[in-house]
Design a protein around this ligand. Structure first.
Ligand SMILES: Nc1ncnc2c1ncn2[C@@H]1O[C@H](COP(=O)(O)OP(=O)(O)OP(=O)(O)O)[C@@H](O)[C@H]1O
Length: 450
């Protein structure tokens, strides 16, 4: 059964309707929400007490909650918890564990521990103003469709990114997008996803406060403006992180979340060159009803990354994220933007150009000139491009799930490591960074078409 939706971003049953005059937050399924999540109603009632400033949601008080910290993955256990499959990652709050043991404290259950007084303090606009130096241009770290992004330090020492909506462009559409971002972010906690700390709405001001990620965007790294080079191993690590983050959104949030704007500038990089998926402004909660296979929606996303089936049918599924991820994989292997308007006609659409090179056994030609040429690296790039081709299948039914993507990437990385240690560090391809034509191409065929 197909389910149609209004253009509003979130399914009606999940929209927290915000009345900025009264400060009243309500939902159509408020009673159900209360019974499902007493913590949320606790927070809502605390929020109502905040005069002037309207509190929507606030998270990140886990330090005051020793029980919940038990569920935190330690930084050195970047992906895995004991007993978990190495091919899937999800830290606290996994749907299954919540279902199987309601008594076990998950990340969501941390809310009742929040002290309302602290909450008010935390949410004071004043603190955000102070944290960002009154939104000083010195603290500006970026600009996006939603507004300006500032860096700030909260009183408790947390370094945050504050996204400030453009007030002059604030309208109902942005409002829905703003709430959409709030709701989606509030449901997630995973090391490969940018952590949501809270948001504020006051008059014309709309602020989202999220974890600050210090090492720029993936696009900046691919452009060479952040680091000299991400080699194939690092790129595979980043691709695996992204795949795990999106798998979590698709599989282990309840209801599932479709990101809808997977692209290189929405991937933030840590100092250790690991990835965190950011910007859930376009996110949409996927159909909760298992009968529904998709949701209909207005088109959102970024040119070059958009699933053609979604463009044609207006029907959004998790596989639209898989398509965008396929574009991203091609971007990571070629270093090129999805659309390169200054190139010749046959190279303008990077996915078409790269997949043609793959088909013709010319992987080395498609490979980012910044990537060192070696037999294992060319082989890995070929395998990633094959996975990308699978993700970019015209029909969503033919595309893999994000989980399958993560597993495949994991396997490619494992093989790369094995091949790299088995081989001498230098190979005939090693010095061929710019010279990517001729006999090298035919040799690379051996490795990519197996
Ligand atoms: N959590 C964060 N930590 C550090 N920097 C960030 C963070 N979020 C955003 N930025 C910086 O701010 C810039 C703008 O981010 P924003 O998410 O608003 O827009 P965008 O994703 O670049 O564009 P669009 O709005 O079209 O999606 C980013 O490119 C990045 O440099």
């Amino acid at each position: 059964m197909k389910k149609t939706q209004s253009p509003l971003i979130i399914r009606p049953g999940h929209i927290r309707r915000l009345n900025t005059n009264s400060g009243d937050c309500s939902t159509r399924k408020e009673d159900r929400r209360k019974s499902n999540n007493p913590a949320l109603s606790y927070i809502t009632s605390a929020a109502k007490k905040v005069g002037g400033v309207i509190f929507v949601l606030f998270f990140g008080r886990k330090k005051a909650d020793p029980a919940s910290s038990r569920d935190q993955v330690q930084p050195d256990a970047w992906h895995y918890r004991a007993g978990q499959s190495p091919n899937f990652t999800g830290n606290s709050g996994a749907r299954d564990s919540r279902r199987s043991s309601r008594s076990r404290r998950s990340s969501y259950d941390a809310y009742p521990e929040v002290d309302p007084a602290k909450l008010r303090d935390s949410l004071a606009f004043k603190e955000i103003y102070n944290a960002t130096g009154n939104f000083s241009p010195d603290n500006k770290i970026g600009e996006g469709g939603f507004g300006t992004v500032y860096k700030g330090t909260l009183k408790d020492g947390r370094v945050v990114a504050v996204k400030r909506a453009k007030s002059e462009t604030y309208d109902q559409r942005l409002s829905a997008e703003f709430k959409n971002e709030i709701l989606a972010l509030s449901k997630i906690e995973h090391l490969s996803l940018v952590r949501f700390y809270g948001c504020l709405e006051h008059g014309d001001e709309r602020l989202i406060i999220v974890e600050y990620v210090s090492n720029g965007t993936l696009r900046e790294h691919l452009d060479g403006t952040r680091s000299n080079e991400l080699q194939i191993g690092e790129r595979l690590d980043i691709a695996i992180d992204i795949a795990h983050g999106i798998t979590y959104l698709h599989t282990y949030t309840d209801p599932p979340i479709i990101h809808r704007d997977i692209k290189a500038s929405n991937i933030l990089i840590t100092e250790k060159l690991r990835a965190k998926v950011a910007d859930f402004g376009f996110a949409r909660l996927a159909a909760e009803n298992s009968v529904a296979t998709h949701i209909s929606t207005q088109i959102k996303g970024t040119a070059g990354y958009l699933d053609p089936e979604y463009l044609r049918t207006y029907q959004l599924t998790e596989k639209s994220d898989v398509y965008s991820f396929g574009v991203l994989l091609v971007e990571m292997m070629t270093g090129r933007q999805p659309i390169e308007s200054k190139r010749s006609l046959d190279e303008r659409l990077t996915i078409k150009w790269a997949l043609r090179r793959l088909r013709d056994g010319e992987v080395v030609v498609a490979m980012d000139p910044r990537l060192r040429r070696s037999i294992p690296s060319i082989h890995a790039v070929g395998r990633v491009l094959k996975l990308a081709r699978h993700c970019l299948a015209p029909s969503r039914l033919s595309r893999p799930s994000m989980r399958q993507c993560a597993e495949k990437l994991w396997d490619i990385r494992r093989e790369l490591r094995g091949n790299s240690t088995a081989r001498a560090p230098s190979s005939p391809f090693h010095s061929a960074r710019q010279n990517v034509s001729g006999s090298e191409n035919s040799e690379s065929v051996m490795f990519v078409s197996a």
